[in-house]
Design a protein around this ligand. Sequence first.
Ligand SMILES: NC(=O)c1ccc[n+]([C@@H]2O[C@H](COP(=O)([O-])OP(=O)(O)OC[C@H]3O[C@@H](n4cnc5c(N)ncnc54)[C@H](OP(=O)(O)O)[C@@H]3O)[C@@H](O)[C@H]2O)c1
Length: 304
Amino acid sequence: MKVLVTGGKGQLGRELRRCLETMRAEIGPIPEVYAAADVDYIDLAELDITNQAAVNAWFDEHGPYDAVFNCAAYTNVDGCEEHEDVALKANGDAVGYLAQACQACGAVFVHVSTDYVFPGTDPTPRVETDEPHPISAYGRTKLVGEKNALAFCDKSFVVRTAWLYGYEGKNFVQTMMRVGASHPKATVVNDQLGNPTHANDLAYEMLVLATTTEYGIYHCTGEGICSWFDFATAIMEGAGLGCVVEPCTSAQWKEMHPESADRPAFSALENRHLAQTCGNEMRPWREALASYFTELKKAENQTS
Ligand SMILES: NC(=O)c1ccc[n+]([C@@H]2O[C@H](COP(=O)([O-])OP(=O)(O)OC[C@H]3O[C@@H](n4cnc5c(N)ncnc54)[C@H](OP(=O)(O)O)[C@@H]3O)[C@@H](O)[C@H]2O)c1
């Protein structure tokens, strides 16, 4: 089996690698079919996915692949507002190039998208059949990517996730741990609700999905809904930090950071399609976060 992981140095790409190299996720063992997989992990330095000729040349030289996991993206949400044209190339056009290359070699294409394709105005968790309507440049560009994945490759999975955190790279958990270690208090919005998602859990579900033929759109987030304030409070507790978390509203945050993109107020997703097909094994978000801190401590003990 030949596999390609793009965005291999990003937080999700690294978790896919950890799962594939150990044949385990924190949820449990990954499907046996990956035991003999020959995996190419690549990032921007090896291949700029916005260059279609380079994408085709890569597939000609290193393919054919059986499965391609696209974890590469322009993920700076505020940066997308300023550089939507650049973001569109990586989050939209490039997804089409990869999907076409997958179609040509018969590969399954697993592409990752976001809760930001929804406006976040409806206070019930969104399901896969709900109509997207993004309110940010990031969401608009990611929606183009979804459409391209589904239009150009018959064997596409579009997996929408949210509030993602892994062990390396920029994410809310790492940011809060840094702030908590150096500040006595932190102010965090409490009127935006969503589902914190452990990147290792998402990697597991993506690997399982790719072994099925149930192509289509999937929501894949940690179970349970909370605010950023709740999440930050749980992070400080889990990390054993004494930093006091104080709530603020989105309006107050925008006053303090006028350049920041508008974010969905209620961005929770329901993993309905997973439950209907290969099974929704995503853990409750507090359980996944506790497991994250256990793994961090294990890694610390191993290096000390
Ligand atoms: N983070 C979240 O909270 C979140 C929430 C919902 C959905 N998602 C989606 O989940 C997926 C994985 O996100 P992540 O947090 O793991 O992202 P990440 O850590 O930012 O990793 C993305 C990787 O893609 C690379 N990349 C950017 N442009 C590229 C290009 N033109 N060609 C090749 N590689 C390129 C980046 O390289 P550089 O670092 O060198 O630019 C980076 O290594 C993305 O599709 C993202 O949209 C993320």
